[in-house]
Design a protein around this ligand. Sequence first.
Ligand code: SAH
Length: 236
Amino acid sequence: MSVTRLVMQGEALAPGEIRVPAEAAHHAKVTRVAPGDPVEVLDLAGAVAIGTLARWDGKVCVVEIARLERERGEPPAPLVLGLAVLHTQAFDWAVEKATELGATAVVPVLAARVQGGRHGARVERWQRLADAAVAQCGRSRPPRVAEPASLTEFVAAARGVRLVADLGAPMPEPPAPGAEGVTVLVGPEGGFTGDELTAVRAAGFAGLPLGSRILRADTAAVAALTLAQSLAGWLR
Ligand code: SAH
C-alpha cells in the first residue's frame, strides 16, 4: 500500500498522537485515507514521522506516530546544482526534478546568455515547488533555493568536487567527495560564452560530458545530477 505523506512545516514531531490540521490533511481526506493506513508526516527540516492514521476528527487527521527517521533520502554531503536561469517554466521543472534527485541547494545562476530579468521574484515559487516535491519523493527536507547569483559569485562560493556540464569534455575520474560534497553547474539554453567557460574551468570545475547530443538545460541538469552522483558512488 502506498504511503500518504503530509507536511507540517516547522512542527516539532515526536512519537505518539499528533493532530494534522485540515489544510495539511486535505490530501489524505480527498484520497480517502482510512484508519490503519500508513501515513508519514514531514517537518521539511530533516524529520520524517512514520505512523498510521488513527482516526478522522472532522477534517483534522489524527496520526499515531510510531517512530521518527532523520535525514532520510539525503545525500551523504551537500549536492549543489547551479543552473543558469531559464526564462521559461523549464526552470520550475528542473527545481522539482533536482529535489527528487537529492540536490541540497539550487542556485539560479545569471550567466551572460540568460534571458529576461527580475528572476529574483521567482525564487519563492521555486522554493514552494521544491517543498511540494519533497512530500512526493519521501526525502526529509527540500533543497534551499538561493537568490540568483552571478556566475562569478557562484563559482567563487563553490566548494568540494566541482563539475560543469560540458559537451565534448572527457569523462572525469570518479571523484571521492569529502564533507564539502559536490557542486554541479549547467549553462543556459544558449550555452556559456567561451570566456565564461574558461573562467569556470580556471576556478577548478572539471568538465562533465553527458553524451553526444545537445541537451536542453533542464534535461542536462537532471542528467548531470544523476551522473555526478553515480561517479561519486552516491546512488548505491
Ligand atoms: N546552445 C548551446 C547548447 C546549450 S545547452 C550549444 O549549441 O552549444 C545548455 C547547457 O546544457 C550547456 O551549457 C551545458 O552545460 C549543458 N549540456 C547540454 N548538452 C550537454 C552534453 N551533451 N554534455 C554536457 N553538457 C551538456
